[in-house]
Design a protein around this ligand. Structure first.
Ligand SMILES: [Zn+2]
Length: 249
């Protein structure tokens, strides 16, 4: 009987803990609690985009104690949010990096027309109904990302003597790009926010995987032969990669 109870306890997953919220400046961050059987103590960190708090909760520790712990970690959270910088909304007045250069979002009072970029004054003009600015701007950014990434992929495929099947643009948080064994490339649209040489490097990296599906010396040799900006781009991604995730979609 005890054995049966024990096995029942093992198979029944613990109830998820209700999330909470914490206000930091003018932002409200969601606090997500995750039970972890192996955890020894409460551990708190920001999520990968810095837009929420993750708390690992050991077995037997109540939500109340986890909440307490979150409140006591407030100054740490505030510090991290400050160094991350504010969130950027795709609405008029916000400053958006486009190909690594700051552009202010402006709404244009006209029903029709395309999103246009004024690189000299650093402006992005978005026509249409005000409530559609975010949607239209996001569509524009995704299309621009697709165009730049397709061009770069095509160029590197020719240089490296390989072919790809299809390009997909996604909003992957954990990776900038990927290459499947059957030759499909996929990229994050957020690469359009980074400087040109970063997008270029990610395309070169994924296209090089069409020849070597690993990170072997042969892979790096092929990549570095054709992509002069690789080291600079890797440094940028390490130092600033998270910044492009500040844009809220
Ligand atoms: Zn890789």
């Amino acid at each position: 009987m005890i054995g049966l109870l024990r096995s029942l306890q093992r198979t029944v997953a613990p109830r998820p803990l209700e999330p909470s919220r914490i206000r930091v400046g003018d932002e409200v961050l969601e606090v997500v609690f995750r039970r972890h059987a192996q955890a020894r103590r409460l551990v708190l960190r920001l999520n990968s985009t810095g837009t929420g708090v993750l708390v690992t909760v050991p077995k037997g520790v109540s939500r109340g104690r986890a909440l307490d712990f979150t409140e006591r970690s407030r100054s740490w959270i505030e510090e991290r949010v400050r160094s991350r910088g504010g969130l950027i909304h795709l609405t008029p007045g916000h400053i958006l990096p486009l190909r690594g250069i700051a552009h202010e979002i402006r709404h244009v009072e006209s029903r029709r027309g395309l999103v246009t970029v004024d690189p000299v004054r650093g402006l992005i003009h978005v026509p249409g109904e005000p409530e559609h600015v975010k949607r239209r701007l996001l569509d524009f950014l995704r299309a621009a990302a697709r165009e730049d990434l397709a061009k770069a992929s095509e160029r590197y495929a020719t240089l490296m003597g390989v072919r790809y099947r299809r390009i997909t643009i996604r909003d992957q948080r954990s990776r900038w790009g990927s290459c499947s064994a059957n030759g499909d490339l996929s990229y994050s649209w957020r690469l359009i926010l980074a400087p040109d040489y970063v997008l270029d490097y990610v395309a070169a990296h994924e296209v090089a995987h069409l020849r070597h599906l690993d990170h072997s010396p042969r892979f790096w040799r092929l990549l570095l032969t054709h992509c002069a900006g690789a080291a600079k781009a890797k440094n940028w991604l390490r130092a600033h990669g998270q910044e492009v995730h500040r844009i809220v979609t």
